[in-house]
Write a protein that binds this ligand. Structure first.
Ligand code: DBV
Length: 246
């Protein structure tokens, strides 16, 4: 069973329809990684597939899809806007581990002032409220991560797989469509102070996520440290590398 394949298929189809998608280079050796772990009946093959695109307003649209049987399914899907737009990040972390499902869905803000919230959070509050009614709060998460989330952060740990396939899937579709509406409306920023604030906010987000990637342990176990660090810094959260042009 690949729980998150329909999410990925939906995202690719709607983006194909609504954005002028162009390919984004995935570093060699990271497009698809496969490793078999365990012995005898416990043997599992863990496949990680990467997807990446860009569009005129979006610097990197990328997904990592981990498939390792019923109790290991992950879709981490993030959109990083071009540095000339003040668009939030689209962030989806859809995780199924032996302990259960963990769902994080948000339009992760660059700024927290009222004007920014009015532009990028208020329009999605109705969507947030609709879905949140059925998806209870997922509980504690790292204190230092709080500034990277918006008031419309959907954070939940559903007990039933069916909830993921229905409610969570509907929420994912609604958030992505709302995000594409923001993209459509976004105008390039020209003020140099604002541009420098955007760059700083993007860097601090990417640095945090690369440093604290909750998947680091999992990837290191399956594929080793060298592969994992290169995957994190060279693909999943690659802004710093792109800026220095390596
Ligand atoms: N998370 C990623 C990437 C993943 C990934 C690139 C490709 O950023 C998967 C894979 N997330 C992943 C896994 C776990 C989590 C957990 C495998 C489980 C780790 C474990 O239990 O061993 C949101 N993801 C989480 C958690 C949060 C998020 C809050 C719980 C972590 C914890 O309790 O310590 N998404 C995550 C996050 C940000 C975000 C922290 C911060 C900006 O956008």
């Amino acid at each position: 069973m690949t729980l998150y394949q329909p999410f990925l298929d939906y995202a690719l189809a709607v983006m194909q329809e609504r954005l002028s998608l162009q390919p984004y280079t995935i570093p060699e050796g990271f497009e698809c990684k496969q490793e078999t772990t365990g012995k005898g009946k416990k043997q599992e093959t863990i496949i990680t597939t990467s997807y990446a695109f860009k569009s005129p307003k979006l610097r990197q649209i990328r997904a990592a899809h981990v498939q390792g049987g019923n109790s290991l399914q992950v879709l981490n899907f993030v959109i990083f806007p071009q540095l000339t737009y003040d668009l939030p990040f689209f962030g989806a972390d859809l995780v199924t581990l032996p302990g259960g499902h963990l769902i994080a869905l948000d339009m992760q803000p660059l700024f927290h002032d009222t004007a920014y919230q009015q532009q990028y959070t208020e329009p999605i509050l109705p969507i947030f409220q609709t879905h949140q009614q059925h998806l209870s709060w997922g509980g504690d998460f790292p204190e230092e991560a709080k500034s990277f989330f918006s008031p419309a952060f959907l954070w939940t740990r559903p007990k039933e797989t069916e909830v993921v396939q229905t409610r969570v899937f509907e929420a994912f579709k609604d958030y992505l469509e709302a995000y594409l509406n923001f993209v459509e409306q976004a105008q390039p920023i020209t003020d140099s102070q604002r541009l420098s604030d955007i760059l700083q906010a993007q860097r601090s987000y990417v640095r945090y996520r690369a440093a604290k990637d909750p998947a680091r342990g999992m990837f290191t176990r399956f594929y080793g440290e060298a592969w994992t660090e290169e995957y994190i810094h060279g693909f999943l959260f690659d802004l710093e590398r792109q800026l220095v042009g390596v």
